[in-house]
Design a binder for this molecule. Structure first.
Ligand SMILES: NC(=O)c1ccc[n+]([C@@H]2O[C@H](COP(=O)([O-])OP(=O)(O)OC[C@H]3O[C@@H](n4cnc5c(N)ncnc54)[C@H](OP(=O)(O)O)[C@@H]3O)[C@@H](O)[C@H]2O)c1
Length: 268
């Protein structure tokens, strides 16, 4: 199904975006990689070239209009079309809303909201021409606002509104839009989040029960696009959270409060 497809994956030099790029490349798609750190990006480009000859990389910050435009323009120059855009770029922070430096809120919204709206707007004409689509990578924090993750939760909830709008706006153009809500997932060894003061801090490695692998997430992304699914929530906790939050949001609040110590540990 993807042999003739051109797939642009924002933020694909490491982590989940990289795993998604590899999954589509293995299905025969042409891939456009993206990231800001040029060293990491060219390393990933070299690795992906072992899997597919049809891969290019664009060093661009998609949270800016110019960066998003250069990504989409380069994809079109390289392959002549774009079939799917995967909006994977996303950063997170730690700290209660009352303690945050305002620059943290700005950084999260620039990256997670502008960094998905700009590439989407710029890719839409090409996606219409191919009757392709756009997949947004969200999080369980996009179901319900989580303590210590306020701006991140708010930014991921924004993605739901965008997907809902685009699905209706673009239906007659044949453009698909979907939202993948990802649970806690293993992370690249050098993944950082912003502390309350705006300085980056390294995340601890994650593994074990309840932690998704990047392969699970990339398979879900492939499946969603193949089936043109609207929304998919990953992990058992995610599905329960989704259901309980609809039935009894007060109960979910109580559960989170009762488990704050465990929750804090998992967010490190
Ligand atoms: N890991 C989890 O547990 C988890 C759970 C739920 C949802 N998610 C979501 O999944 C997505 C990927 O997460 P991840 O853990 O794989 O992240 P990650 O390891 O930090 O990777 C992020 C990627 O995006 C790139 N990037 C960041 N900002 C960018 C920008 N403005 N322009 C272009 N590239 C940019 C990074 O490279 P450079 O820094 O070099 O630009 C990197 O390639 C995010 O949307 C995240 O919110 C993750």
């Amino acid at each position: 199904m993807f042999k003739e497809s051109v797939v642009v994956v924002t933020g694909s030099s490491r982590g989940i975006g990289k795993a998604i790029a590899f999954a589509f490349a293995k299905e025969g798609a042409s891939i456009v990689l993206n990231g800001r750190n040029s060293e990491r990006l060219s390393e990933t480009l070299g690795e992906l070239k072992q899997v597919s000859a049809n891969v290019v990389a664009v060093n661009a910050d998609v949270s800016t209009e110019e960066g998003a435009k250069s990504l989409i323009d380069f994809a079109l120059e390289s392959f002549g079309k774009i079939t799917y855009l995967i909006n994977n770029v996303g950063i997170s922070s730690r700290g209660n809303v009352g303690e945050l430096d305002p620059k943290v809120i700005k950084a999260i919204f620039e990256s997670n909201v502008y960094g998905t709206i700009f590439p989407t707007m710029m890719a839409l004409p090409a996606l219409r021409a191919e009757k392709g689509g756009v997949l947004f990578i969200s999080s369980l924090a996009g179901i319900r606002g989580l303590p210590g993750l306020g701006p991140y939760s708010a930014s991921k909830m924004t993605l739901r509104a965008l997907v809902e709008s685009i699905r209706i706006e673009e239906k007659n153009n044949g453009v698909y839009a979907g939202l993948l809500l990802v649970g806690i997932t293993e992370v690249a060894h050098d993944k950082e989040v912003l502390g309350p003061d705006g300085n980056p801090r390294l995340l601890s490695p994650r593994s074990g029960r309840g932690v998704s692998t990047m392969t699970t997430v990339s398979k879900a992304a492939l499946h969603m696009i193949r089936k043109r699914k609207f929304i998919k929530t990953l992990t058992f906790i995610g599905k329960i959270n989704q259901l309980l939050n609809k039935l009894s949001p007060g109960l979910v609040e109580w559960i989170i409060q009762k488990n704050m110590a465990k929750f804090d540990e998992r967010s490190k």
